[in-house]
Design a binder for this molecule. Structure first.
Ligand SMILES: Cc1ncc(COP(=O)(O)O)c(C=O)c1O
Length: 394
């Protein structure tokens, strides 16, 4: 039994989430159906989409959404996709699933998003697309990413797994750009237990995505959205079993109704962390006031090689923390991928530590974690006399 009292992630599962799950179970149509239609509609409304221009296609995970995004971006055998090495493993695997190779790019220190000046250097005749990600919900430099893509004829896949609810220059993430991908996995701000979605410009891509997610079958989505299916259909191309289930969509819908509260309470917690940890020795807080940010997680940078010690100190106090992420170029499967200068990632990735952040997190809990960080990092900066006497290194 874990002695962790404050987990790093804590999904919001309340009575209405349970009720939504029971409703979907009572309906008895457990696969893709009316709840999926309603969830797609609700996400589109949340993003303020004009559905004649941009549409939402729900799938079963963010990783499937990335895979399908790469396919409709035309990525295939031998193509390269530039992405920050500080990214989720799902992005790298999705590139490989599409037949391509990741090309590892560095990040900007201020946002931890892709460094576009370094990405320019990595474009080759094999480059098809860029995947950029909003680390912990903080938008990366989207204007620069889109500008580079326009100049070099590349598709842009916006991995917004962390930034559902964030805004960039006043516009909701997902409402603009090329292909946008969301994840609604167990620990995301909004969870479907497992789920994902793509937002694409309306047109052929929507029909292709609907076929891809249903094993290539040309089942009419409208029929499935009415909790029914056809027994005769054609399969004219490849496909995957990537559709979202009614049960998961129902849970997502119940969560979506609380999204604004999730965002506001997380924002308050992040601002409180920033305030309480300001000036803490050896700790660097995010360079944002979280104004337009729907924070998925809250991170600090732990300087001086003290991260493991801080993790252990927090754990002793019943507080969990996380590491996001091990950079892609350090995995044996991706070791040989082309890469540029990764000096920022190589420095920062070993400093990053994710602290607990939950929707509706009480300020006292934030204060307890911040106090523990202060205690442990002060400890690291100035070893107690007893340790100094034994020659322990801080
Ligand atoms: C940035 C990012 N992209 C993609 C994914 C993959 O999403 P999923 O877990 O829904 O497959 C994650 C999951 O944590 C993520 O953090």
């Amino acid at each position: 039994m874990s002695d962790i009292r404050i987990p790093v992630f804590k999904p919001y599962i309340a009575a209405e989430t349970m009720e939504a799950a029971f409703d979907a179970l009572r309906l008895g149509w457990l696969g893709m159906g009316s709840y999926v239609r309603d969830f797609e509609q609700a996400v589109a409304t949340q993003l303020g989409l004009d559905q004649r221009e941009r549409q939402v296609v729900a799938v079963n995970t963010g990783t499937s959404a990335l895979h399908l995004a790469l396919l409709i971006a035309g990525v295939g055998e031998g193509d390269e996709v530039i992405t920050p090495s500080l990214n989720n493993i799902g992005d790298f695997q999705a590139i490989r699933m599409a037949g391509g190779d990741p090309v590892f790019c560095d990040i900007e220190e201020s946002t931890l998003g892709i460094d576009v000046n370094k990405a320019v250097e990595l474009v080759s005749p094999r480059t098809k697309a860029i995947i950029a990600v909003d680390y912990d919900g903080v938008p990366c430099d989207w204007d620069a990413v889109h500008d580079l893509a326009r100049r070099r004829g590349l598709r842009v896949i916006h991995d917004a797994a962390h930034s559902f609810g964030s805004r960039h220059e006043g516009r909701p993430i997902g409402a603009f750009g090329d292909i946008v991908v969301f994840s609604f996995d167990p620990v995301k701000t909004l969870t479907c237990i497992d789920g994902g979605a793509l937002v694409v410009n309306a047109g052929d891509d929507v029909e292709r995505l609907r076929r891809y997610r249903l094993l290539g079958m040309d089942q009419k989505a409208e029929r499935m959205y009415a909790n029914a299916r056809a027994w005769t259909y054609d399969v004219a191309g490849c496909g995957f079993r990537y559709h979202l289930a009614n049960l998961h969509a129902a849970i997502g819908l119940s969560q979506l109704r609380r999204l604004s509260e999730f965002v506001v309470t997380r924002r308050k917690a992040c601002r409180l962390y920033n305030r309480l940890l300001a000036g803490c020795p050896g700790i660097v807080t995010p360079q944002t006031d979280f104004d337009d940010v729907a924070a998925f997680a809250y991170y600090v940078r732990v300087l001086g090689g003290q991260r493991e010690r801080l993790i252990a100190g927090l754990r002793e106090r019943g507080i969990d923390s996380g590491i996001h992420w091990i950079p892609g170029h350090r995995f044996s499967y991706f070791r040989d991928c082309r890469r540029g200068d990764l000096s920022t990632i190589d420095r920062v990735a070993d400093e990053l530590l994710t602290l607990p952040l939950h929707s509706f997190m009480p300020p006292e809990t934030v204060a307890e974690v911040a106090e523990a960080v202060r205690e442990c990092s002060g400890w690291a900066a100035r070893p107690p006399a007893c340790f100094a006497a034994f020659g322990a290194r801080a």
